[in-house]
Every structure is written in structure tokens, then in C-alpha cells.
Write a protein that binds this ligand. Structure first.
Ligand SMILES: Cc1cc2nc3c(=O)[nH]c(=O)nc-3n(C[C@H](O)[C@H](O)[C@H](O)COP(=O)(O)O)c2cc1C
Length: 208
């Protein structure tokens, strides 16, 4: 299956068969997430693989009783570690080591990023964290499609309750619960805006 096929085939799946998911498949999903790009290669994503039925039921209750949180064989809680943004000097060194940045760029990048980081409000870091983790989640959803698995990205939950259930530390924020399993439904594509409703040329608002 090529990428465009996976993009076209993916649906949010809310009914799952009870079939277990092989550990190799879970490992492949996590590996797909790990390869995602992120700002300054910060890689803020952290994942909790949840198979325990009682934990899934508790999460379902914390997620406004959405059945597809309690029913799939696996739920992956996709989190952002807010501490990872402070670790950019190490990430810059790794990028230099890998040849992705010129050797002398540390002198420039580290002080300027430090300055920017100190001036960045927490809310902006939270937006960055959400964006970075979203890419990793998308990678997992597309890889799951290729493996014949269905997923549903769930964000509608009570953060405090989920944090308590999963023993999330203060510096970590749960971005999504990703329900994963063999689909027990084959929904039609959901509606999308037309391409000419979302695309402009050269300046915002210019249509062809
Ligand atoms: C950030 C985000 C949050 C979402 N939260 C929920 C949710 O809490 N519960 C749910 O059933 N679906 C949720 N979804 C799935 C959307 O409803 C779904 O992607 C959208 O309706 C389009 O359908 P499709 O994914 O089948 O194309 C979420 C999707 C995203 C990207």
C-alpha cells in the first residue's frame, strides 16, 4: 500500500473486533511515531501502551464514556514531555554529529534558542508540543492502516481524570488517546471541504 492509498483508506474507527494485536504490529506503530519530524528534533512524544481491560474502562469513563476507548484491544496514550524542549542543546549536538547542521552552528543556535525559549510563554510551548505529537500520531494512524488496523484519535476527555488513571507526572501532558484494533466496521469517507475551498495562490484569498 502506498502512502496516498493509506491516507485515502484511513477512517476513524469506532467499532473493533476483539482480536488481539501482535506485539510486532504495536512495535511498528511506535517505530513509525519515533521517526516523525519535530522542531529542533525535540521529540517531545512519549507513549503509554495500554492493554489492561480495567484501565481501558477507566479511560472510557474519563473520555465521556466513548465506547471506542474501552473496547479496542490496545489504546496508546500519546503524551508530550514538556521538559524535552529544554534539552535542545543535546538535540543540536546530535544534529551536528549527524551532519544535519554545520559544525559551527552550535555557537549560533544554542544562545538564540535559549533566548527564545526564555521568552516563550508556556502556552506557546504547549502548542508546539501538540503539533509535534500530532505528527507522530498521524504516522501511527497511517502505518496502522497499512497493517489492516483501525484507529480513532480521541481528544475529548477529562485531562485530570486521565492524568490520575495513568499516573502522569506534572511535566507531561496527554495529547490523545489512540484507540487501535481490527476494524469491525467499514465506514464511507467522511466529508471534506473541496480543494478549491482551502487553497489559494500566491496570496491568501486568491483563487485560480
Ligand atoms: C485532534 C482530534 C481530536 C479528535 N477527538 C475525537 C474524539 O474525542 N472522539 C472521537 O470519536 N473522534 C475524535 N476525533 C476523530 C474525528 O472526529 C475524525 O477524524 C473526523 O470526524 C473525520 O473523520 P475520519 O477520521 O474518519 O476521516 C478526533 C480527531 C482529531 C484529529
Amino acid at each position: 500500500m502506498d502512502v496516498f492509498e493509506a491516507i485515502n483508506k484511513r477512517r476513524s474507527i469506532r467499532r473493533f473486533k476483539p482480536d488481539p494485536i501482535p506485539d510486532e504490529h504495536i512495535a511498528k506503530l511506535l517505530e513509525s511515531a519515533r521517526k516523525a519530524p519535530s522542531g529542533t528534533n525535540s521529540q517531545p512524544w512519549r507513549f503509554i501502551v495500554i492493554k489492561d481491560d480495567e484501565t481501558k474502562k477507566e479511560l472510557q469513563r474519563a473520555a465521556n464514556n466513548q465506547r471506542h476507548v474501552g473496547s479496542p484491544p490496545v489504546v496508546i496514550a500519546c503524551c508530550a514531555d514538556m521538559k524535552s524542549f529544554a534539552e535542545f542543546p543535546e538535540r543540536i549536538d546530535e544534529l551536528i554529529e549527524a551532519g544535519a547542521l554545520p559544525k559551527n552552528s552550535r555557537k549560533f543556535f544554542v544562545p538564540s534558542l535559549k533566548k527564545r525559549m526564555n521568552a516563550t510563554p508556556k502556552s506557546s510551548l504547549q502548542i508546539a508540543a501538540a503539533g509535534n505529537v500530532a505528527i507522530a500520531i498521524t504516522n501511527m494512524m497511517l502505518q496502522a492502516t497499512e497493517l489492516g488496523l483501525g484507529t480513532c484519535w480521541v481528544r475529548w476527555f477529562d485531562n485530570n481524570k486521565v492524568n490520575e488513571i495513568l499516573e502522569i507526572p506534572d511535566h507531561v501532558e496527554v495529547q490523545a488517546l489512540l484507540a487501535i484494533g481490527v476494524p469491525d466496521e467499514a465506514p464511507n469517507p467522511r466529508p471534506r471541504l473541496k480543494l478549491d475551498e482551502i487553497t489559494y495562490y500566491e496570496k491568501y484569498g486568491n483563487k485560480l
